[in-house]
Write a protein that binds this ligand. Structure first.
Ligand SMILES: NC(=O)c1ccc[n+]([C@@H]2O[C@H](COP(=O)([O-])OP(=O)(O)OC[C@H]3O[C@@H](n4cnc5c(N)ncnc54)[C@H](OP(=O)(O)O)[C@@H]3O)[C@@H](O)[C@H]2O)c1
Length: 228
């Protein structure tokens, strides 16, 4: 596959570059100009399109001819960065391409997710403070995902739990709704979040799904193994 990774220089992005190369995909990465050097380890093995990920011309160029697009949706700033990024990908990815977006558990597709008071409080307080100081806008990521959910593209929105670094534990397990017992541990290795994103490109069962993921070796995943 020819795969475009939007937000390639971040932690999640770099893991996705590595997994994509391991899978034999041809990779084009989009990242901010000042972050290009963070991709030095992949020099000569990937194409880099420098620029802001909400720059429509940058995205148009980067996704041309791609079979799949992996997009890191981040709520940084208060000027619709996530929404601009998602909309550009939706508008310019070739028809029929597999589109996989990253987000957190706080995104809900159908309102059926059940959140802990801790998560609700965090989103409320962090969201309010971050917007106040112009650092981030959680609602921007919410709007970006709404647009993805409403689109008729072949999308998947992968909703990550809390993340940690560490060696791979294999492909995370998932559920449609936060609050399901299998997700209770709320922890995933970042390298495995990236693995799930890359594998989703080839998993048609995930089209039009918003899987909430958790580490395969996490206690709740092990406790509920085999239970669907
Ligand atoms: N962190 C968590 O605990 C967590 C939990 C659940 C889900 N997620 C989801 O996982 C995804 C990636 O999360 P991550 O924490 O692993 O982050 P990450 O991979 O480090 O990605 C951060 C991204 O944001 C970009 N960025 C940073 N500052 C920016 C700015 N001021 N303006 C524009 N872009 C900026 C980075 O680009 P540069 O390389 O150019 O800086 C990078 O592409 C997100 O979709 C997030 O919702 C994260």
């Amino acid at each position: 596959m020819k795969v475009c990774i939007v937000g390639a220089s971040g932690k999640l992005g770099r893991y996705m570059v590595q997994h994509s190369l391991d899978r034999g995909h041809e990779v084009a990465g989009v990242c901010r100009e000042k972050s290009v050097e963070k991709l030095d380890a992949f020099r000569g093995r990937i194409t880099i399109v420098p620029g802001a990920t909400n720059n429509r011309e940058v995205i148009k160029k980067a996704v041309a001819g791609c079979d799949g697009v992996l997009t890191v949706l981040v709520p940084w700033g208060v000027h619709g960065y996530s929404t601009g990024t998602a909309q550009a990908v939706l508008d310019y990815a070739p028809p029929g391409a597999r589109l996989v977006f990253s987000s957190g558990w706080h995104i809900t597709r159908d309102g059926q997710d059940v959140y802990s008071w801790k998560l609700k409080m965090f989103v409320k307080v962090f969201g309010w403070l971050a917007r106040l100081v112009g650092f981030a806008d959680v609602d921007d990521q919410v709007e970006a995902c709404k647009r993805v959910f409403a689109s008729d593209t072949r999308w998947t929105v992968v909703r990550g739990s809390d993340l940690e670094e560490g060696e791979s534990q294999g492909l995370p397990v998932w559920s449609r709704h936060v609050g399901d017992p299998i997700l209770e541990s709320n922890i995933t290795r970042r390298v495995d979040f990236a693995l799930f994103m890359v594998r989703a490109l080839e998993d048609d069962d995930l089209i039009h799904e918003a899987p909430a993921i958790v580490g395969r070796q996490s206690p709740s995943a092990l406790r509920n193994a085999g239970v669907k």
